[in-house]
Design a protein around this ligand. Structure first.
Ligand code: SF4
Length: 350
């Protein structure tokens, strides 16, 4: 985790972002991102957390220009990459990289590890073959892999080693920002901590900015300075990680945290276990008003009629809920179907 510096400049600025896709049959529209605003400061680790279907993966790809916004914009250090000419865009894009969940995603099974690592440098036409190889081997060593790894093939490496190769591959470009999309989710639990610590060390050494996208609260609490909670294409809550995890203000964040079994420290766990009822609704036809209302135990009539404003309830701590306050989420509405169901389940358990 980097030292939080609220005076640092915004290296990413997401403004009124909407990303819509046609459904497969072309008859409907998926609202993957439906109005997001936030900034990421240079040198910080910004966590994005949510269930699958929350839009976080689309967001990650959009942050590095792999997907274009339908509306709104994403500024990279004040520049809108969409405004750049092809040559300028290619140069610019090396500063904004992404690492995916699947360690095999960027590795060609028929290429040696060193050839995969230096491939981005070849594409950028940087240096000659010998200088590229030198840089590639140095990057492999920096991520904890021996020079002998260079001549091997992906199938000869473990998942953790392959993910280190992916980190080395991205490092050769010396980026400013790396989006890490579920980067430890496919790895054995026993090595996740080592890989996360490697990310932290590299951040200190190279002054990197990370956006960590994950469904795993323990990952966010381990690495992030600030965290944004996403639900059905919108932000529900955003703030300093410790504050959001210890004192969530949104009913959805509270439910996510209470569903997390271990390894949160006891001080970060909430007493009452709140089960998230049902599946996340379809992003083709999201609920009116507050997106979370069909699963919210605090829901009231107003929630269906009005989209909650994005309000700053504590310094740097934003929430989209009509009834949340700086003290916490609103109390359960005993007449709400979700609250009644939870009460019945609690009674059955006793
Ligand atoms: S109380 Fe209403 S506005 Fe707040 S999270 Fe629940 S449904 Fe949304």
């Amino acid at each position: 985790m980097a030292e939080t510096n609220s005076a640092a400049k915004d290296i990413l600025a997401v403004r009124d972002l909407r990303i819509l896709f046609p459904t497969r049959d072309g008859r409907d529209t998926v609202k993957a991102i439906d109005g997001m605003n936030f900034t990421v400061r240079a040198g910080e680790t910004f966590g994005v957390i949510g269930e699958s279907g929350s839009g976080k993966t689309t967001l990650g790809r959009a942050l590095v220009s792999l997907i274009a916004p339908t509306d709104g914009e994403i500024l990279h250090d004040g520049t809108n990459p969409a405004s750049l000419r092809t040559g300028e865009f290619r140069k610019h894009r090396r500063d904004y990289q992404i690492i995916f969940q699947d360690p095999n995603a960027a590795l060609n099974p028929r290429m040696t590890i060193i050839d995969s690592v230096i491939e981005p440098l070849e594409v950028m036409r940087e240096g000659n073959d010998s200088s590229r190889r030198k840089r590639g081997v140095a990057a492999l060593e920096r991520v904890g892999l021996s020079p002998e790894t260079a001549g091997r093939y992906p199938h000869q490496l473990s998942g953790g080693q392959k993910q280190r190769v992916n980190i080395a591959r991205v490092l050769t470009l010396r980026p400013k920002v790396i989006v890490c999309d579920e980067v430890v989710a496919a790895l054995d639990v026993s090595i996740r901590g080592d890989v996360l610590n490697l990310f932290t060390d590299l951040q200190r050494e190279f002054g990197l900015t990370y956006v960590f996208i994950t469904h795993d609260i323990s990952v966010v609490s381990h690495v992030s300075d600030r965290v944004a909670v996403t639900y059905l294409g919108k932000l529900m809550e955003l703030g300093p990680t410790e504050d959001v995890i210890e004192h969530p203000l949104h009913p959805y964040t509270r439910a996510l945290l209470s569903a997390e079994p271990i390894p949160l420290p006891s001080s970060m766990r909430v007493d009452k276990r709140i089960i998230l009822e049902g599946e996340i609704p379809s992003p083709v036809a999201p609920p009116s008003g507050c997106r979370f209302r069909t699963r919210c135990p605090s829901v009231q009539q107003r929630c269906a009629a009005e989209v909650p404003a994005w309000r700053e309830l504590k310094p740097g701590h934003m929430v989209a809920c009509h009834f949340a306050s700086a003290e916490g989420p609103p109390p359960d509405n005993q007449d709400a179907p979700v609250a009644q169901q939870q009460q019945e389940e609690a009674n059955e358990e006793v």
